[in-house]
Design a protein around this ligand. Structure first.
Ligand code: 5GP
Length: 226
């Protein structure tokens, strides 16, 4: 009856470092085989047990700048400590046209650029339950120096001020609940009427003719039985 647009959804997820967005996205894609996380390029060094090609593509500044010149990024930004972060545009449209939802875990600046280029994208902001909890999480993960933590904490204040520019906000208090919420957002977005390409109801005259025939058959059956 309805032909829907089969395109995947481009999902932009932002939130301060330590809000738990990577864990959340990871858990979501484990549950949904129609959803993938885009792997960004960055010029920062790997942290903790991060793996090249899995968490990020860790590349040199020269390589990154060459890729900017070659127009290889859907968006890029300089985030912490003058390090580049960028979303390679390779594969994005191909994956979306195959019906895969793609998650971009990017900062607010990148999200703004995506909003200009791809107004069809869905913007989700992941919020820590409180600044106190964010502070504890940043210190607890033991992957940054004191200076880096202060920088990320300062950036968090700036980022949280931008929350109203997003379509949805998830306060990440309980990870399982947050995954359910994110899953629900995707399901809701799939039900948007602007995804309908065609509504086909059949020919009205023919349908009414069939309705009358069926009605008479039913009544005839009932009369025979009584
Ligand atoms: P982290 O160094 O903690 O992994 O990430 C720092 C920030 O960079 C986070 O806010 C993260 O979402 C953002 N980020 C990661 N990849 C990209 C990207 O491809 N583009 C942009 N604009 N930001 C990114």
């Amino acid at each position: 009856m309805i032909k829907e647009n089969e395109q995947g959804i481009l999902i932009v997820v932002s939130g301060p470092s330590g809000c738990g967005k990577s864990t959340l996205d990871q858990k979501l894609v484990e549950r949904r085989n129609d959803t993938v996380i885009s792997i960004s390029d960055t010029t920062r060094s790997p942290r903790g047990d991060e793996v090249d090609g899995v968490d990020y593509n860790f590349i040199s500044t020269e390589e990154f700048e060459q890729k900017i010149k070659d127009n290889k990024y859907l968006e890029y930004a300089i985030v912490h400590s003058n390090k580049y972060y960028g979303t390679p545009n390779e594969h994005i449209d191909e994956m979306l046209s195959k019906g895969k939802n793609i998650i971009l875990e990017i900062d607010i600046e990148g999200a703004r650029k995506i909003n200009e280029k791809r107004p069809d994208a869905v913007f989700i902001f992941i919020m820590p339950p409180s600044m106190e909890i964010l502070k504890k999480r940043l210190i607890g993960r033991k992957t940054e120096t004191k200076e880096q933590i202060v920088e990320r904490f300062k950036t968090a204040y700036k980022e949280i001020n931008e929350v109203s520019k997003y379509n949805y906000v998830i306060v990440n208090d309980d990870i399982e609940e947050s995954v359910l919420k994110m899953n629900s957002i995707i399901e809701c977005e799939k039900c948007r009427v602007d995804r309908i390409e065609e509504v086909y109801l059949g020919n009205q005259e023919e349908m009414i003719h069939e309705l009358l025939v069926d009605f008479d058959k039913e009544n005839y059956k009932e009369k025979k039985e009584s």
